[in-house]
Design a protein around this ligand. Structure first.
Ligand SMILES: [Fe+2]
Length: 202
């Protein structure tokens, strides 16, 4: 959402995106609303258009809008499962993982955007791997859900990489490997905060 708002869309599309996200933000950050207020809200009816001077294509926007839609739907599905299991929704602070990767981004465009997309790809791919590892240990309904999630994550990471390569206009293997080394360190070094993307429990 942040990426396409910052880089790609026109002003009215930017505000449409904010409107789309509002009920989720209200719920997640302000504890306003419920499962009911989010029902059916993962779809966006308005067209999201590229700004006229944007060097990034409508393809970036279309891919990301689809990705956002899926992630919002997943959020809703998680809430449904939590409600069925009587688990309260409590916001939790982010782990060091994404921050650890983001702190190594370059500060000049378009490399910053390319780095962000590569980082996005790692987050998705690592999620995919972790859902696959966890699924066999879960109740049947959760295992099925995790497998449906990991299928999305597998598509998402490939979308991020394809976009990064298209925007770079050249091979980005070296940059992918650079973030791969940072990522490997974040997941394999001791971490006092135990979360989905944390390192080895300290
Ligand atoms: Fe994803």
């Amino acid at each position: 959402m942040y990426l396409i708002r910052k880089y790609a869309v026109d002003t009215s599309s930017a505000s449409n995106l904010l409107d789309w996200f509002k009920p989720y933000e209200d719920f997640a950050y302000r504890k306003v609303g419920s499962l009911q207020t989010l029902k059916g809200k993962s779809h966006i009816s308005k067209a999201i258009m590229a700004k006229s001077d944007s060097p990034y294509s409508q393809d970036l926007i279309d891919k990301m809008v689809l990705l956002i839609k899926e992630e919002l739907h997943h959020f809703y599905q998680v809430l449904e499962i939590m409600q069925a299991r009587d688990i309260a929704y409590e916001p939790i602070p982010a782990s060091r993982y994404a921050k650890g990767l983001i702190s190594h981004m370059t500060t000049h465009e378009p490399q910053t955007l390319i780095d962000k997309l590569i980082i996005g790809a790692y987050i998705e791919a690592r999620s995919c791997e972790r859902f696959a590892k966890l699924a066999p240990h879960m109740d049947e309904d959760i295992a099925k859900f995790y497998i449906s999630l990991l299928r999305s994550e597998a598509r998402h990471y490939q979308d991020y990489l394809a976009l990064a390569e298209a925007i770079a206009g050249h091979n980005i293997d070296e940059r992918i490997a650079y973030f791969g080394r940072l990522e490997a360190d974040l997941i394999s070094s001791p971490d006092s905060d135990f979360k989905f993307h944390s390192g080895i429990p300290a």
